[in-house]
Design a binder for this molecule. Structure first.
Ligand code: F3S
Length: 422
């Protein structure tokens, strides 16, 4: 692979051990994917815990010492998803979240401060400020599959589905030129002609799951979708990355590089055309649906809810109360909690018995109940309902729910008030 003099110097340790480890990884990573060269990046979105997983026996205390000793700084604008802020501390205590895990979060926050990384603490970096919205066509590195798909498909920035590579890219400002960074891999393969009626962001979630399942790793092209709202696009993108491993979908007239079909298919023809009707959408709902029953846990906001979502949930819950045996979590970015407080939405949700938090049940700090789910194999969240395809999919695999329900936001809210899936 072609390397610049600085790439080589960095690999050879001129800028410290951590930067050398980062560059060495990126070079090997690129070689594994036949990258011909490295490119400059404009932004990285990282998950700090990845480094400890990568180094196997490492911990955040050692990393913090190393960062301080080497005085290393991130080389490009970087934001991080630490998972959990002060806002969620009450919940950690309530759920007996282990103290060492809380300490770990504090250490990671300190490391970010040392490195110059902005802790945005949300899985929706594209919703919370200009540090996370680089210009069209720019090359970035990003964790979080839903964000990757959103970055590529809606913003027109270029990134792969990264893990530790995003953190190392932040330290070096460089990335091997392969995958979604290359024009030829951004060519559409299948055409989805959308004829289904889509009335709620949950419908976009179901649509995304169907498209992801059919597309796998390839690039779908979506025709007839109109102009989805931010919330609809979020749900669509996250579900495509769950049904399959879609990193980019061309939405005709929305994706900046796909103003028309010709551009989306790079002048070629689709390999196959799929017509999507209400039937396909209902099939997805049916797959994740159980028969009517009591519900115990309802989650809204996966990926993290926008401020418009919070407004909608506040309107739906205004003056009402969640049933006694039901827990409702609404997950959003800490920045949105701040806004929701000033707009009065938080108060309405709190009065209704809804918990507003800035993490999510999949990553931290476990699910409602006396014991943290991930440390207690016997524990179940009970019957689980959500408006997110991504969350219902993961819940089935990781949260040991009784029954699962996937439905539109209104239905989730009404059901949480009645205590039964309506
Ligand atoms: Fe975000 Fe958790 Fe969903 S990280 S995308 S709310 S599973």
């Amino acid at each position: 692979m072609e390397l610049t003099r600085t790439d080589k110097e960095m690999r050879d340790g001129k800028f410290g051990r951590l930067s050398a480890e980062a560059m060495d990884f990126l070079i090997k990573f690129g070689e594994a994917y036949d990258a011909r060269n490295m490119i400059d990046l404009d932004y990285a979105y990282v998950y700090l815990a990845d480094i400890n997983i990568w180094r196997k026996n490492s911990n955040s205390h050692d990393l913090l010492e190393e960062v301080k000793k080497e005085k290393v700084k991130c080389r490009i604008p970087t934001t991080s998803w630490i998972v959990g802020t002060e806002i969620d501390r009450g919940l950690y205590v309530q759920n007996c979240y282990p103290q060492e895990s809380i300490d770990q979060i504090d250490k990671e926050t300190e490391i970010c401060r040392e490195l110059g990384i902005i802790c945005i603490n949300t899985c929706t970096p594209y919703l919370v400020g200009d540090m996370a919205t680089p210009a069209l066509g720019s090359h970035i590195a990003s964790i979080e599959s839903s964000a990757v798909t959103y970055f590529n498909s809606i913003q027109g920035t270029r990134c792969n589905r990264d893990g530790i590579s995003a953190f190392f890219a932040s330290l070096t400002g460089r990335y091997p030129n392969f995958g979604m960074h290359l024009d030829e891999n951004r060519k559409g393969k299948y055409l989805f002609d959308i004829k289904a009626e889509l009335n709620d962001s949950a419908d976009y979630s179901a649509l995304g799951y169907y498209i992801g399942k059919v597309s796998g790793l390839d690039v779908p092209v979506l025709k007839g979708l109109g102009r989805p709202s931010v919330e609809e696009a979020q749900k669509l993108c996250s579900a495509m990355a769950v049904g399959g491993a879609v990193s980019l979908a061309h939405i005709i007239g929305v994706t900046p590089e796909a103003p028309n079909e010709e551009a989306a298919f790079h002048g070629d023809r689709p390999v196959e055309i799929f017509k999507v009707t209400n039937k396909e959408i209902e099939t997805v709902y049916d797959e994740f649906h159980s028969s009517v029953d009591d519900i115990h846990f309802v989650c809204l906001g996966c990926p993290h809810a926008s401020i418009h979502d919070l407004k909608k949930y506040a309107e739906l819950y205004d003056g009402r109360r969640v049933a006694d045996n039901v827990t409702v979590w609404v997950m959003t970015a800490p920045q949105n909690i701040f806004l929701a407080e000033s707009c009065g939405f938080s108060r309405i949700l709190k009065n209704a018995g809804v918990t507003l938090l800035s993490t999510c049940p999949m990553v931290n700090p476990g699910t409602p109940g006396p014991i943290h789910t991930f440390t207690n194999r016997e524990y179940s969240v009970g019957n689980f309902a959500t408006n997110s395809m991504k969350l219902v999919y993961y819940a089935r695999n990781c949260m040991r729910p009784g029954k699962t329900f996937l439905g539109r936001a209104e239905k989730c809210v009404e059901s949480s008030i009645s205590g039964k899936w309506l």
